[in-house]
Design a protein around this ligand. Structure first.
Ligand SMILES: [Zn+2]
Length: 322
């Protein structure tokens, strides 16, 4: 039996889903953000199923975002549960704050290179730092390679690294039940934004390389489309029972956006910041990194198809039609 525990977050996305797998070992998938409110509600939700934090024997993390791993250290300390996560996630979870700082340095370089004004970049850096406290660290006791399995008395989950929403997105596939525990790889009511973040190796690309998150994400989605899934348990919102239709909708959405961006570039060459402003107006300022990630995801696609090329003018990249 798997129970969905809906835990509050301070973020725009709203509540995050943690899953209690009532099996041997007793397992919690994802933890919620590191806040007193999330911890209180998690304790209450576990209590609703007759369990306490101290009863947890295993904690599994789906990916590196703070709403999913924030409480991991506290829960692991209180319960003594073994922590399981993708092997590539081990260094991130060992030192979450240091990892987040290096991601922010990449974000800063990219924002300046793509035409976002200095004052906006400075303001966003401060916002990101203030968020970091909701994250958390813990040693991973049981690193999971892509393609390995996680065994329980009553089930076996196959571990699949399918990056794109984040570099560490990990799916847990139960072929016997046609059930996929998907983290934020696929969410019913919102498109999972591929935020640019440093590659961690494996399918997420070589560390130090320029990550092409959307292309990676589309490849991961196409893989998931082929799985004979009946139910996806997502990191946010309701379970998904028609994953092929949803994935097709997401693929079509990204094609439409790529076509729109190609049109804007054909009118005249533009920086990614100008493209984001043309698409989203002031949101390109308040959510500058999110919208930059979205634009660069699509220009990567257009460059790969030979429709667009980059040109550097005074340290800022502009995209022009080929
Ligand atoms: Zn996420």
């Amino acid at each position: 039996m798997i129970h969905r525990l809906s835990i509050p977050t301070p973020f725009m996305v709203g509540r995050v889903n943690c899953y209690l797998i009532d099996d041997d070992p007793l397992t919690l998938v994802d933890c919620g953000p590191n806040s007193g409110k999330a911890l209180d509600e998690l304790e209450r939700a576990l209590g609703g199923h007759g369990r306490r934090i101290e009863d947890l024997e295993r904690i599994v993390i789906t990916h590196q975002h703070l709403d999913h791993l924030g409480l991991v250290g506290i829960l692991a300390d209180r319960s003594g549960a073994e922590v399981c996560a993708l092997d590539l996630l081990v260094p991130v979870m060992a030192e979450f704050a240091a990892h987040a700082e290096r991601d922010d340095e990449l974000a800063e370089r990219l924002m300046l290179r793509h035409g976002i004004p200095h004052d906006v970049v400075t303001a966003l850096r401060a916002v990101s730092r203030s968020f970091r406290g909701w994250g958390g660290s813990a040693p991973v006791d049981h690193p999971l390679p892509d393609g390995s399995t996680l065994d329980f008395a009553g089930r076996t989950l196959e571990v699949r690294h399918r990056p794109g929403h984040s570099p560490s997105d990990t799916l847990f596939w139960d072929p016997g039940r046609a059930l996929l525990i998907g983290g934020d790889h696929l969410i019913k009511h919102i498109s999972s934004n591929p935020l640019i973040s440093r590659p961690l190796g494996g399918r997420s690309g070589e560390p130090g390389s320029r990550p092409r998150m959307l292309m990676m994400y589309l490849e991961s989605l196409r893989d998931t489309r082929e799985l004979p899934v009946e139910t996806v348990l997502s990191g946010h919102g309701e379970p998904i029972t028609d994953h092929v239709a949803l994935i097709d909708e997401r693929l079509a959405q990204h094609e439409r956006r790529a076509a729109k961006i190609a049109g804007l570039i054909r009118d005249r060459p533009k920086s990614a910041y100008e493209l984001a402003q043309a698409l989203w107006g002031n949101v390109a300022v308040t959510q500058a990194f999110l919208t930059l990630s979205e634009v660069l995801g699509h220009t990567d696609l257009l460059i790969d198809r030979g429709e667009v090329r980059e040109q550097e003018v005074g340290g800022v990249i502009r995209f022009e039609a080929t």
